[in-house]
Design a protein around this ligand. Structure first.
Ligand code: PLP
Length: 371
């Protein structure tokens, strides 16, 4: 039997090794010059004025929510179809995530549902560019509330006005875990248009220190959410190869679309939506929806037994035990999200995936679904 195909795999080469080695030899492993260089280059890439590198996407979401003024007792309207971090970060500040249902085509937070969820306690909206498909930011902007964008899956995406995700001026949060479009192992970054917001985030990621203050002077509450120079070095090498990696992801996605078209037509397999107008997906994962009559978890087991890894991605946040038990959520609240979450399967997807591997996944999936 041929080798098992993994769900994700980073592209790491000599350039990453050399940049990390240079930082190791410099002796400045954190708070050195590599972090700011990575921030500048990343901001330039997405057309943002400012960027603050942090230790994870989750840390970035936390600091961005604080920066737009979310506090104890507030409500933040967000998507239940996301990685759990986007809702958890709201809870970190003792605010309440108020979920609203998603658009059945793009799978992003539905602006009309979000508008209906706004109350006098709502202090921010947190749309998620899920699976790299840009959320409808102009519609969220019309709500007149501060916005924090969860862009952790959307590096390389363009919104409906052709603006790169991260470049609109709202704080937008990226994540650099090993399966993301760009990785630093662990890491994250917030882009924003406002210099004073960057100053606040830079201070809060570093124990509340002012940049010009001594090591033990703290003028506000802060955290240790720093990204090390070693991680930033990996990020710089990844930025150099980013365009190529994004193009490779788009190539693999196109190959999947072609290979899976017969299954979409014959058995009703759901494929990721195509780009609409000026919107462009930043390809992160290739998620299909199994037909309603199929047992999704059985499909995943059947794929596994034939050498293909896949994941039930994503589960609905409001149905996780913590959100049921502590926040009182239950089934039936967000029917579109629940239906999509119950049928989603993330297939193997990474830049170096060959067309032969795509065809093998498609053939195995056809065997499973037609069998
Ligand atoms: C990856 C991801 C995050 C952040 O994850 P970290 O592991 O903290 O870097 C947040 N939201 C979404 C939607 C993600 O996919």
């Amino acid at each position: 039997m041929s080798e098992e195909i993994p769900v994700a795999k980073p592209v790491i080469g000599r350039e990453e090794e050399e940049r990390v080695l240079a930082v190791l030899r410099s002796g400045q492993l954190s708070l050195g010059p590599t972090g700011p260089e990575f921030e500048r280059r990343f901001a330039e890439k997405v057309g943002a004025r400012h960027a603050s590198a942090v230790s994870s996407g989750t840390a970035g979401l936390h600091l961005a929510l604080r920066a737009v003024g979310v506090r104890d007792g507030d409500e933040v309207v967000t998507s239940p179809f996301s990685f759990v971090a986007s809702a958890n970060a709201i809870v970190f500040e003792r605010a309440t995530p108020v979920f609203a249902d998603i658009d059945p085509v793009t799978l992003d937070l539905d602006p009309a549902a979000a508008a209906a969820a706004v109350t006098e306690r709502t202090t921010a909206v947190l749309p998620v560019h899920i699976f790299g498909y840009p959320a409808d930011l102009p519609a969220f902007e019309r709500l007149g509330l501060p916005i924090v964008e969860d862009a952790c899956e959307a590096l390389g995406a363009l919104d409906r006005e052709g603006v790169p995700v991260g470049g609109r001026g709202h704080p937008a949060v990226f994540g650099f875990y090993a399966n993301k479009q760009l990785t630093t192992g662990e890491g994250g970054l917030v882009t924003m248009g406002d210099a004073s917001m960057k100053a606040r985030i830079d201070s809060e990621r570093n124990q509340g220190r002012a940049p010009d203050m001594g090591w033990l002077d703290h003028d506000r509450l802060g955290f240790n959410y720093r990204l090390s120079d070693l991680q930033a070095a990996v990020g710089l090498a990844q930025l150099d190869r980013l365009d190529g990696m994004l193009a490779d992801r788009a190539r693999v996605a196109a190959a999947y679309r072609e290979a899976l078209a017969p299954l979409a037509a014959d058995v009703g397999l759901g494929l990721p939506c195509e780009d609409r107008d000026r919107e462009r997906r930043g390809w992160f994962v290739f998620v299909v929806q199994v037909p309603r009559e199929r047992d999704r978890d059985q499909v995943i087991r059947d794929l596994r037994s034939r050498g293909v890894q896949s994941k039930p991605y994503l589960p609905a946040i409001h149905l996780m035990s913590y959100y049921r038990e502590v926040h009182g959520h239950r089934e039936g609240e967000f029917p579109v999200c629940e239906d999509v979450a119950a049928r989603s399967v993330a297939l193997p997807f990474f830049p170096e995936m060959t067309e032969g591997q795509v065809d093998r996944v498609a053939a195995v999936l056809a065997e499973v679904l037609r069998g």
